[in-house]
Design a protein around this ligand. Sequence first.
Ligand SMILES: C[S@@+](CC[C@H](N)C(=O)[O-])C[C@H]1O[C@@H](n2cnc3c(N)ncnc32)[C@H](O)[C@@H]1O
Length: 261
Amino acid sequence: MLLNFDALASQFDSQRGLPQPALAAWMKAVNGIASGVRLNVVEPGIGTGRIALPLAMVGHAVTGADISAAMLATCAESAAALGVGEHLTLIQADAVYLPLPDQWFDLGVIAQLLYLVPDWPAVLDELARLVKPGGHVVHLTEPTREGANLRRWSGAWREMIESTGYRHTALSPTDAEVRAEFQRRWPDVEVQELASWEFGQSVSQAMDSYAGRLRPLYMSVSDDDWRKTSDRFLQWASMEFPDKEARLEGTVTLTAMIAAV
Ligand SMILES: C[S@@+](CC[C@H](N)C(=O)[O-])C[C@H]1O[C@@H](n2cnc3c(N)ncnc32)[C@H](O)[C@@H]1O
């Protein structure tokens, strides 16, 4: 796996949580698929349950699979805190082979997973096996557009961290590749933009414990290179953004690719 989600589990929800209007739009989209019916839902790569727990909260029966024990533990804790544990089944399993019965589910959901799985079309094959005819498969993405300050900030960081030999790779698969694979399995596919929202923080907030928060994303960089690069970056940031209240902002759009099975 490219990223160490065991190390990211404790901070995932605070960094990636969906705002309330986006959650409401997601719930509305699921209602549009099957209003008033209790669905059997499966989410491979469920993580902390950011996407699936709201479905359990309105009574759908959710089965989540993940390869990270820490993400599953965080998900189970949140489910218990929300009082929805009885609507949730969690298994530690690889999304390309799920020990779950054929055609058992009404809804298969994937979000922020395919780029982590080298053989990602095999995840769609599993969903094609698990979701019954008449059901749906949804791929949720959250494309972001960076504002000018944030573009400058992340461009400088990328350049500095890449000077250690680390290489960012373009996210794969692209939306067009996923859509093509969806359409090969389920010809009836539509894409809906569910919600857009601004995200951002001040320069001083971004600088605060910057290196610690990013470290799990760059485990292949040596400790020495990490320390030197993060020190250099923070010096750069301090000079380039003398106004520490300047905002680093962007826009996220929660987008659903929905296929009828
Ligand atoms: C970016 S998180 C997204 C979690 C959740 N879907 C969401 O959107 O909030 C990706 C999750 O996929 C899990 N994962 C990565 N590769 C996997 C695989 N091959 N099988 C199952 N889970 C996997 C990671 O452990 C992590 O919890």
